[in-house]
Design a protein around this ligand. Structure first.
Ligand SMILES: Cc1cc2nc3c(=O)[nH]c(=O)nc-3n(C[C@H](O)[C@H](O)[C@H](O)COP(=O)(O)O)c2cc1C
Length: 331
């Protein structure tokens, strides 16, 4: 089973990807870059270019993602990405954030299936000419699950390379339980196997059931699970090699890798980011998820975790952050 690293804006940028790959080499088949939008008629902004340049992502299979609702802008982006060497593009039809949705982009595009259909027609035509593959990453709809029937029918008419479904509505954001039955329905009705599940996979022990439920699915896309437990991909690989269903308990080797990843990322951010405030902001963002590897149980260890995680959230200087991390490192 291939593993895809989900795009996460503000988190899984170039520095993150390179660090992850250097520690967990070869575990992830494809990284999806966080969304970009068209910068004037140039297509890709200087900042995004730096993120996406293949030489800045060595040894990584990267798929850029675009967040657009106008065919013309999509065309500029596709062309610019082609020039950067990308033969595959992903289109974002899932971002639930208010600022994006209010502009009719991301999940906001789902409320106008006719306009979406016209956009996809033009986008696939562009990609056919430029010989680029186009994949779709979508939610079920904006407000009601009934919306998905029409959306799925539209998607099925296009030659997408992959259809990645995160079975939540826009109004569910990231918290409301995933609406798995609607994914199951899409899987039943799929025209080919290039349909990929994404959502709330955080444990190795979930994988066997997913494989059984969706035989032939080429990959699973995981986002926050990899941030909560950076060794999750390695655990999944190991359980596949040994053909057991996988323990969710990390081994000392996994924990060692977690720290190796953490420390390398911290060092890389310090080297590349402009100052302590930004570095700490980035690290706290990671810890929002990574904290899940340090559970707040009722025992002494749980109390220590709670105190240290709070100290991380409040830290304003490296000393405070480092002190809190040291507490967690001691178990
Ligand atoms: C902080 C954050 C940023 C995200 N940014 C993007 C993005 O740029 N593009 C996108 O398609 N999805 C984005 N997502 C959604 C994830 O790619 C993924 O679909 C979602 O988190 C569900 O998968 P998971 O439960 O495995 O995390 C983001 C999610 C989070 C939490």
């Amino acid at each position: 089973m291939k593993l895809y690293f989900a795009p996460m804006e503000g988190i899984t940028g170039r520095i993150f990807r390179n660090t992850y790959e250097s520690v967990f080499t070869g575990q992830i088949e494809t990284y999806f870059a966080p969304f970009i939008s068209c910068a004037d008629k140039k297509g890709v902004s200087r900042k995004d270019r730096r993120e996406l340049l293949p030489q800045n992502n060595p040894g990584i299979r990267l798929i850029p993602q675009v967040l657009e609702n106008r065919a013309e802008e999509f065309g500029y982006l596709a062309q610019a990405l082609k020039q950067l060497g990308y033969d595959e593009i992903n289109v974002n039809l899932g971002c639930p954030s208010k600022t994006v949705v209010s502009k009719g982009r991301g999940a906001g595009f789902l409320k106008d299936p006719e306009a979406l259909d016209r956009f996809l027609e033009a986008a696939f035509e562009t990609c056919e000419k430029s010989k680029q593959r186009l994949s779709i990453k979508t939610r079920l709809g904006m407000e009601e699950t009934e919306e998905f029937e029409r959306l799925f029918e539209i998607y099925q008419r296009y030659p997408y390379s992959e259809l990645i479904i995160h079975p939540r509505l826009q109004r569910d954001y990231y918290k409301f339980p995933v609406r798995t039955v609607f994914f199951d329905d899409a899987w039943e009705k799929r025209k080919n196997d290039q349909v990929i599940y994404n959502g709330d996979i955080t444990k190795c022990s979930q994988i066997a059931a997913l494989k059984e439920k969706y035989p032939g699915m080429p990959a699973l896309m995981i986002g926050r699970g990899f941030l909560m437990h950076p060794y999750l991909a390695q655990m999944i690989r190991e359980s596949e090699e040994t053909e057991n269903s996988g323990s969710d308990q990390p081994s000392p080797e996994h924990v060692k890798k977690l720290w190796q990843f953490h420390d390398s990322l911290y060092a890389a951010y310090k080297e590349e980011m402009p100052g302590m405030k930004v570095v700490l902001f980035k690290m706290k963002e990671l810890w929002f998820y990574l904290g899940e590897s340090f559970p707040i149980t009722d025992d002494e260890a749980g109390k220590r975790h709670k105190k240290a995680l709070k100290q991380i959230r409040k830290s304003q200087r490296y000393e405070d952050f480092d002190g809190a991390v040291m507490q967690l490192r001691q178990g």
